[in-house]
Structure formats: structure tokens, C-alpha cells
Design a protein around this ligand. Sequence first.
Ligand code: HAM
Length: 417
Amino acid sequence: MELTRLRGFRDLIAADARAMSLVEERARAIFDRYSIKEIRIPVLERAQLYQRSSGETSDVVEKQMYTFTDRDEGETVVAIRPEGTPGVVRAYIEAGLDRTDPEQRFFYSGPMFRRERPQKGRYRQFYQFGVEVFGRQDAACDAELLIMIDELCRDLKVPFTMEINSIGDQKCRPAFREALVKWGRAHWDELDEDCHNRIDRNPLRLLDCKRDAKVTESAPNSLDFLCDECRAHFDIVKELLTAASVQYVVNPRMVRGLDYYTRTAFEVMAGGLGAQSTVVAGGRYDGLVETMGGAAVAGIGFAIGVDRMALALEAAGELPTVTPDAAIISMGAAATRHAVVVARSLRGANLNIEMLSPERKMKTLLARASKIGARFAVIIGDDELARGVVQLRDLKQSTQREVGEAEAAALIAGARG
Ligand code: HAM
């Protein structure tokens, strides 16, 4: 086969796709309870949108965006979205909500695209389920989102750790940045080329220098530089999390890879994933709406990495398998026509039914019914059709009995456990 899929792009087939949907369904159910409304935004936006928000010097914008020039749009460079936040902020401003009704909470889901080096848990097309909240600058909002994330991870039964930090705001961050630049220059020889570039361009990311984690141990940390307001904000977040029995670790070296963050930043790591273990990440971005041309409205949000959360679910053995309650086997044209009616009525009783191809031998069909994990086979031939009965075969116990159609439904439902 020549036309294979591209590197870093995945086909998600059956159980793998189901795991992704399950994460999305559970998240959606919880977000509903927090009164978060859905928003759907385009996959294609102006590349500039990301340059202005995610940051020119962020890896996402500098190295990972898929861009092309769209002739229809007057030679505009467009980008396939690498993340959801900038598009949601743009939509929020474009709808005039920043001025007319600034307090909003949205969730979104869908594929994102980054040209990253593929590995387990890191793909070039991946899915995010994200939340963005606008118009709330109080620490209670930060805590509420973290409590919600905690609830979701518990609900999915994925073992996880939550790390939080505060990276200050435009008032206190410059001093922290300056200290990092100074530290970077003093430790020049211990840092690699990538990090040398960060010293001037994006000093906060010095804390993400990967060559030798020990090197950054001596680097300044953000908490030592917080102004009184940022410190008080962070203290309330921690207090509220403790009061809600949410377990968290303060990691003063955590900085996020995107430029818009202020104050609270957080990441949730799950077990069983190897190097790419961050399943949820986000933080506050109080200046972003204004930077992008809107009113001075606060913002905070996060995104669940659905692919990684699905892998974590699998690793934790928490992926429920959905198997049919019964497979329907019919013999002969008339019986097959009737089998369609029987299948419909069984499904009407809320049972999961799979009809098997009628064009095979009984032995093959019974083997197929077992293979797909059906507990029962409902067998209908001309004789059964004439008498209004079915043969109900329990594939687990290898027993078979003749029953009426209504009774078959009751027996199958009763075996569900
Ligand atoms: P992010 O940390 O770039 O933040 O991505 C959030 C999550 O998406 C990551 O923690 C990870 O689970 C998943 N993810 C990112 N890149 C990949 C990839 N290549 N393959 C698989 N999964 C990936 C953001 O995107 C922010 N927009 C989050 C946010 C929302 N902050 C505020 N609001």
C-alpha cells in the first residue's frame, strides 16, 4: 500500500475511538453540571492570531504550526489550529461579548495540529477538550476549574497528580524574567543551544530546558518574585483546593509553553504514559483578551489532551468494553426478513444487538457470535418463524432453549448483570 497515513497522524479504530469518545462524554457531562456552554470555532484561522496570542517565540508558533497561503483571502497566511484558546478568544471578542456580556464559560472539542516529533502520546493531529472562562478574575474561579478537573480524573478512575504554580502578572513577572536571564548567562556552559536561544527570546522557558534537569535546580523560581496581589490570589486558590480535599503539589518550576499565561498555571499528569504524561494543562490569561483587541477582561482555561487521557484510561484498565448482548443468526430468506423485525424489537428493549450475515454456515456464525463477545445467539430459521419462537443460545454456558420473542428479550436483559 502506497497511500499510507502521514507520520504522527492516527486512525482510531473501534476501541481506540471509543476510549476517546468516553473521555469526551464524561467531560461533557461534568461541564454541564458547571453550567459551561459549548462553542464551536473554525479549524482554520489567520496565522497571525496565534502569533499574537500563543506567542512568536513559543515552540507551537515558531516550529510547529501548519501554515499555508490562502489565495482566496488576499494572500493571507492561514494556520490549521495548533490549540483552541486563541480562536475562542477571537470568537468571544468578535461576538462583542467582552463588552455586552463579559462573564462567559465555554467548552470546545476537536482536533488540533502541531508538527511535533511523534512519539507515544504525542501526535501531529490530536484532540483537545477545552474550557475557557471569561470575566472572572477571582481566585474562586481558578479553584472551581481545578476542582472540576479533579472530579473528572476521579470519575475516569485515572491515577493522577495535579501540579500548580503562579507565574505572576505583568507587574511582578519582569523581575522574575530578568533574574532568569541573569541566571541563564551565569550558567551558559551548562545549557545547550536551544536554551541559549531562550535566554533572550523567552527566558521563562529556560525552566523547561531538558538536557539536564539538575541544571535548572539552581534557577530562580516564580514564587519568590510574586507581588502581594499575585501571592494573595495564589494563597486563596490553595486554600480553596485544600478545603475541597483536592490533592495538589506546588511546583514553582512549572512554566507553560504558551506566552499568554498570568498567575495560576497548572498541569495534571497521569500514570502509564511515559514521557508525554501531561493529560490536562492550562492557566489564567488575564491580559489576553485586551492584547487581541478586546476589552480588559480576565480569562482562565485549560485543555484536556483527549488522546493521552484515553491512553491513561487504557493503562489503568478502566476502558469498558462494549459487546453485544446478542447476535442474531437467521437461516433462509423469510427468516432473515423476520430477524430484522426481531432485532428491532430487542433494540427497543434497550439491548445491544448485532445481526450476522445470513449467508454463512451455522457453525461459522456461532463462532462469529462468540468472537464479537455476544453473550447470546438468537437463532431464527423457517421453522421458528412459522411458530413465532426463537432458539436462544447462551454462548457462555453452551446451553440452548426455545423461547418466545418477548421471553428472549427478558432473558437477555436479565443476564446483563
Ligand atoms: P497545551 O499545554 O499546549 O495547552 O496543551 C494542552 C494539552 O493538550 C496537553 O497537556 C496535552 O495533553 C495535549 N497535547 C498537546 N500537544 C499534544 C500532542 N502533540 N499530542 C497529543 N496531545 C497533545 C494548550 O493548548 C492551551 N490552549 C490550554 C489552555 C486552555 N490554556 C488556557 N486555556
